[in-house]
Ligand binder design. Structure first.
Ligand SMILES: Cc1cc2nc3c(=O)[nH]c(=O)nc-3n(C[C@H](O)[C@H](O)[C@H](O)COP(=O)(O)O)c2cc1C
Length: 192
């Protein structure tokens, strides 16, 4: 086996070693009623019962204030069909842009929360704010999932990756998607 050198990565860039990260579009709305969209690579499930999801947002983002105002948000799952729109929503601010209008993404009334879902996404998790924590220069918002739905031709118990090409963020303006080959290792013993 050839010897490989591992070079130092600065602490401020080390988070990129955890990428590519599954990227989501979070829709939110403030008291003014104007909806907004923010692109997030830092999102993850944190509990099954109750069903909780965590998103990490820097306080300077317009969406940060909107979520604090109405305490609701929708996590929408994009595919590479809307990659340009996904990048756009992560590069301009709702402070001075109407991202629904300018991206062409369509707001769909959500079932249980005020922010709209995004029609062009394949799945949606409607959340009510459960709690929030400051973590360094970001805030982790924990959302309790009050409603979730997905395109049934793409998701049954897992995603059909031949049909849905998810967006993964490498860093900067670089993205990747998954190979549709599904791996299922067999184990001799399994305790859970
Ligand atoms: C692919 C991608 C991933 C991003 N992930 C995050 C993230 O996890 N947290 C965050 O605070 N900002 C993230 N951003 C930056 C925000 O999406 C960006 O600052 C956005 O313009 C904020 O919009 P707003 O001011 O309307 O809220 C990401 C941007 C891109 C392009």
């Amino acid at each position: 086996m050839s010897e490989k050198t591992k070079g130092d990565v600065s602490p401020s860039s080390a988070s990129r070693l955890l990428h590519p990260m599954h990227t989501v579009l979070v829709s939110c709305v403030g008291k003014s009623g104007k909806p907004n969209i923010i692109t997030l690579a830092w999102a993850m499930p944190t509990s099954i019962n109750p069903p909780l999801v965590a998103i990490s947002i820097a306080p300077r983002r317009h969406s940060h204030g909107l979520i604090e105002e109405t305490k609701e948000f929708v996590v929408n799952i994009p595919t590479i069909d809307i990659l340009k729109e996904t990048l756009f929503c992560g590069r301009v601010s709702g402070k001075d842009h109407d991202k629904f209008k300018e991206s062409g993404l369509t707001p769909l009334p959500a079932k249980k929360v005020k922010p709209p879902a995004i029609k062009e996404c394949v799945a949606h998790l409607e959340c009510k704010l459960h709690s929030q924590f400051t973590t360094g220069d970001h805030t982790i918002f924990i959302g309790e999932i009050v409603e979730a739905y997905a395109d049934t031709s793409i998701f049954t118990e897992t995603y059909n990756l031949k049909k849905a090409k998810m967006v993964f963020h490498l860093g900067g303006n670089e993205f990747a998607t998954l190979n549709s080959k599904v791996l299922m290792p067999t184990l001799k013993a399994q305790s859970n």
